[in-house]
Design a protein around this ligand. Structure first.
Ligand SMILES: [Zn+2]
Length: 343
């Protein structure tokens, strides 16, 4: 039996136990998805990882064992995104020629934007596995275009490892249903009319500790499952991970808006936005922080204003703030939406 600690669902830490059997299932879930992405034992790995703590554990405890069985790796700490660090990683990449890239979704998106500005290029890996952060469609396009490789996104957490992940058809994420039971509870009236749901997870394999209808605090977009996935796997699917429950803004008219609903509807038509974050100050006051480049012009400004008003409604006061940069959380993750409104 192994004792573990996670961040829990409300920011407080949760201590829990995993049976040996469950630890093996966790590993198996990860290895299975690695294989879906063509990541095989012995492949050369590159990582772009954002959590300094994970990065250290990764380095000190796991590296020796992993090197024996999984081959060597080069690692980039996406918290240190200086020009010099990016250039050094590019040189390492050139020498090492990794087969597979495993990365934080948001961290890799920023990395690519920086590398693109610096006019660097990287030999394409065979596949890219992203996890740990929300992968927006815009980030997916940006990353796949830059590396000329497909992303195999996966949704997971410390407690269960892989919860759902993409096969080579990228047709939503297949749920790891042999070991986990997922139940969905819809959140009503969203801006983009898709089935955004809170998700509750029951672990079917861990006999050492009961995880029953456990809420991680994520929102997933449920699949209508009308057409089976061409890969032939019978595992049920979710369409995508929409964000954290706390990333959803409750608006004065009773509607909810998510960051992805905002970014997928009109952000792609606004030129010159590098990063953005949305902070709800009051129920009817929203601050939008933007990091822009030279392509951002008057038209960008008016499109941004109009788009925000359309998605958020005219009962909300919207303030724009332009910043040099937007920092990450201590965990190394990047939060797109922060609500300062108490429930
Ligand atoms: Zn499939």
């Amino acid at each position: 039996m192994t004792e573990s600690v996670s961040g829990g669902t409300s920011g407080s830490s949760l201590s829990y136990y995993l049976s040996r059997h469950r630890v093996d299932f966790k590993t198996a879930g990860t290895v299975r998805h690695n294989l879906w992405a063509s990541y095989r034992i012995g492949d050369k790995l590159a990582t772009v990882w954002g959590a300094p703590a994970d990065f250290q554990i990764h380095k000190n405890l796991k590296t020796k064992v992993r090197d024996l069985f999984w081959g060597r790796s080069i690692d980039f700490d996406s918290n240190i995104l200086t020009d010099e660090a990016v250039r050094k990683f590019c040189r390492e990449w050139d020498k090492f020629r990794p087969d597979i890239l495993v990365a934080y979704a948001g961290g890799l998106d920023f990395f690519v934007k920086r590398a693109r500005d610096m006019k660097l290029s990287f030999a394409p890996p065979r596949a890219i596995i992203t996890s740990a952060e929300i992968l927006t469609q815009e980030a997916r396009n940006n990353i796949e275009d830059f590396f000329e490789a497909k992303i195999f996104n996966r949704y997971g957490c410390r407690e269960f490892s892989v919860i759902a992940s993409e096969c080579r058809y990228h047709n939503g994420l297949h749920i790891n249903a042999e070991t986990l039971l997922l139940e969905f509870e819809p959140i009503d009236e969203l801006a983009d009319k898709r089935k955004h749901c809170r998700v509750f997870i029951t672990d079917l394999e861990n006999v050492a500790f009961p995880f029953i209808r456990y809420e991680l605090g994520d929102v997933v977009i449920a699949s209508d499952e009308k057409t089976p996935c061409p890969c032939g796997r019978g595992l049920p699917r979710i369409d995508e991970v929409g964000g954290r429950v706390m990333d959803y803004l409750k608006l004065p008219n009773g509607r909810y808006a998510s960051f992805t609903a905002i970014t997928s509807t009109f952000f792609p038509t606004v030129r010159g936005i590098i990063k953005s974050r949305i902070i709800q100050k009051k129920i009817d006051k929203i601050l939008v922080q933007i990091v822009k480049n030279n392509d951002f012009d008057e038209e960008s400004y008016s499109r941004l204003r109009q788009g925000l008003a359309r998605v958020l409604g005219d009962t909300v006061e919207i303030e724009l703030e332009f910043l040099e940069d937007i920092s990450r959380e201590k965990s190394g993750k990047y939060r797109f939406v922060i609500s300062e409104v108490a429930e």
